[in-house]
Each structure stands twice: as structure tokens, then as C-alpha cells.
Write a protein that binds this ligand. Structure first.
Ligand SMILES: [Zn+2]
Length: 296
């Protein structure tokens, strides 16, 4: 299977900015780590895909961004984090959520998420992280993100995201394909340009249909932008990579405080912390715990 990647380009003299992503492998990796049901895979996969796309907005190497969907549906929360290099990671509240297909015969991501809020938190190395929150439009992810761009950043955009889950040769579920794109209009877009793009976006098949046919995300975007000059094309990798380490987990133990640490040492005598993003467990024995206690 080909590697996951981001493709970006500028078109129509800089008025259109588009970023696409092929994320089949990273969504499959997320599904394997969290053992997600098909609808949970689709929800998490769409949020991971858009976080990879939005990583392009992070300017500095140390910047990071968290996308949180918090609804009243059975999946609970859906969270994805990315760094500036599109190393994404995420989790869902309930990975086992199982719902009937929606009226369109698709995985019911909106039903799994329910009504609630979308928050985007950007840590740009400033004193306080930047946070924007909007009420969910549909919980289908792409529509909600598009609304976020319009409300919080005043940028008209089209966002399309898709994750197709199906049985493989081993009869287990796999991610057949996953990807998406965001197309943003900068100031100076004419009414004519907007209506042409709207018509094309409405006419084009879903991202997963086109990816499954063997088209690349670059070709899909190429169809949308046909006839316009396309410049500044770039392709970069993206992937599911967690940045957790024993040192970082130590900070979580420190934050428990002396009292609780002393209690762990005198009762179980060891601690095991599991990373919520990659499910790796980090173990601390009695000696290590005592050393952490000394340093508080
Ligand atoms: Zn981890």
C-alpha cells in the first residue's frame, strides 16, 4: 500500500488554497491500536485526517494542535492531536460503539457523536494556548470543521473527509481507503469562481469512492481545479506517531502529588501508566517511584 501523504497547492492566482491527504495507513493503525468498531474507526479516522490537513497551518516546529469533538452520543469524545509535521495521534471515548447505518447507507458518525461542541486548541508556544469552540453542526466532522473555519477564522471553505471500512481477505475489518481535502477561498475570490467550485464540489463523487477507484488525492483535487493555474504544489508525509515516553509519563506521576505517590509506594509498590494515544504501558518500580518522590 502506498504511503500516507499530504498534498497542497495554490490555484487561481492564490485565491484558492487546497490541502489534501491520503490517510489509509494511519487510520488502519489507529483502528488496530484502539480496536475500534467500524463507526468509531470512521469517526476517529475523519478527525485524524483533518488534523493532518490542518497541521499545515502550524508554523513552528514545536507547535501542536488538538481537535476535540465532545457530543452526547454513544462514542463520547473523539480527540486528535497533531504536530507541525503531521504526526497525528488520537483516541475515542468508546471504541466499541455500534450503530445501524444511516439513511444514506453510510457509517453513522453523526449519530455516534450526537449534539455537542467542537474545540480546536492550538499550542503555538505562547503563554496561553489559543482555543476556539463552536456548537456542532451535524457531528459528521467535515461539516463541523468547515463551520469552524467560517466562524472562527472567517475563511469560506469546503471540507470533505472519508473513511471506508470493509472486510479484508482475512475476513476482519480493515480500512479500505481514507482521505480528504480542505479547499479554502482567500479574499478576492469572485462570485463566478465560487459558483464554479460549488458546482464541481457538489457534482464530484465522495473522496472514498474516488480513492477506491484508484485515483490519488492529487488527481481528485486536480479535477476540482481543472482550468485554473495550479502553483506551489508540495507533497509531504503524514502518519500515526505517538510522542509519549517514560519521562513524559513521569510528569503525570509528579502531578499526583506526594500523598498519593507515598500511598502507591506503600500499597502496590509499583505503577503502570498506559498512554491513551498508543496504548503503550510505561511501568515504574518501587525504586523509580521513590526517586520521583524525592524530586518533588
Ligand atoms: Zn503514546
Amino acid at each position: 500500500m502506498s504511503k500516507d501523504y499530504l498534498y497542497s497547492a495554490v490555484a487561481a492566482n492564490g485565491v484558492i488554497r487546497v490541502i489534501g491527504a491520503e490517510t489509509t495507513n494511519l487510520v488502519e493503525k489507529a483502528m488496530t491500536i484502539h480496536d475500534t468498531s467500524p463507526v468509531a474507526t470512521a469517526a476517529l479516522g475523519r478527525v485524524l485526517t483533518v488534523s493532518a490537513i490542518m497541521s499545515r497551518g502550524l508554523k513552528n516546529d514545536d507547535d501542536s494542535m488538538t481537535i476535540q469533538f465532545r457530543g452526547d452520543g454513544p462514542i463520547g469524545c473523539v480527540v486528535a492531536v497533531t504536530d507541525a509535521f503531521a504526526n497525528v495521534r488520537g483516541y475515542v471515548g468508546n471504541p466499541n460503539v455500534d450503530l445501524p447505518l444511516n439513511a444514506k447507507g453510510k457509517l453513522d458518525v453523526g449519530g455516534a457523536i450526537g449534539k455537542g461542541y467542537l474545540s480546536i486548541i492550538k499550542d503555538l508556544g505562547l503563554k496561553e494556548p489559543y482555543q476556539g469552540t463552536i456548537p456542532l453542526v451535524s457531528g459528521e466532522i467535515a461539516e463541523d470543521i468547515s463551520c469552524y473555519f467560517a466562524v472562527s477564522e472567517q475563511v469560506p471553505s469546503v471540507v470533505s473527509l472519508g473513511v471506508l471500512v470493509g472486510p479484508g481477505d482475512d475476513e476482519r475489518n480493515h480500512v479500505v481507503c481514507a482521505g480528504g481535502f480542505s479547499l479554502q477561498l482567500m479574499p478576492g475570490a469572485t462570485e463566478e469562481l465560487i459558483s464554479v467550485l460549488e458546482e464541481r464540489v457538489n457534482k464530484i463523487a465522495s473522496v472514498t469512492t474516488l480513492l477506491k477507484e484508484g485515483k490519488t488525492i492529487k488527481e481528485i483535487i486536480g479535477e476540482l481545479l481543472e482550468g485554473y493555474d495550479v502553483t506551489d504544489e508540495t507533497e509531504t508525509e503524514c502518519g500515526y506517531n505517538c510522542s509519549c515516553s517514560k519521562e513524559k509519563m513521569e510528569k503525570a506521576l509528579v502531578s499526583l502529588g506526594r500523598g498519593e505517590l507515598e500511598e502507591i509506594i506503600s500499597t502496590t509498590g509499583e505503577a503502570e501508566l498506559t498512554c491513551q494515544f498508543c496504548r503503550t504501558s510505561h511501568k515504574f518500580d518501587k525504586n523509580e517511584l521513590e526517586k520521583i518522590l524525592e524530586e518533588i
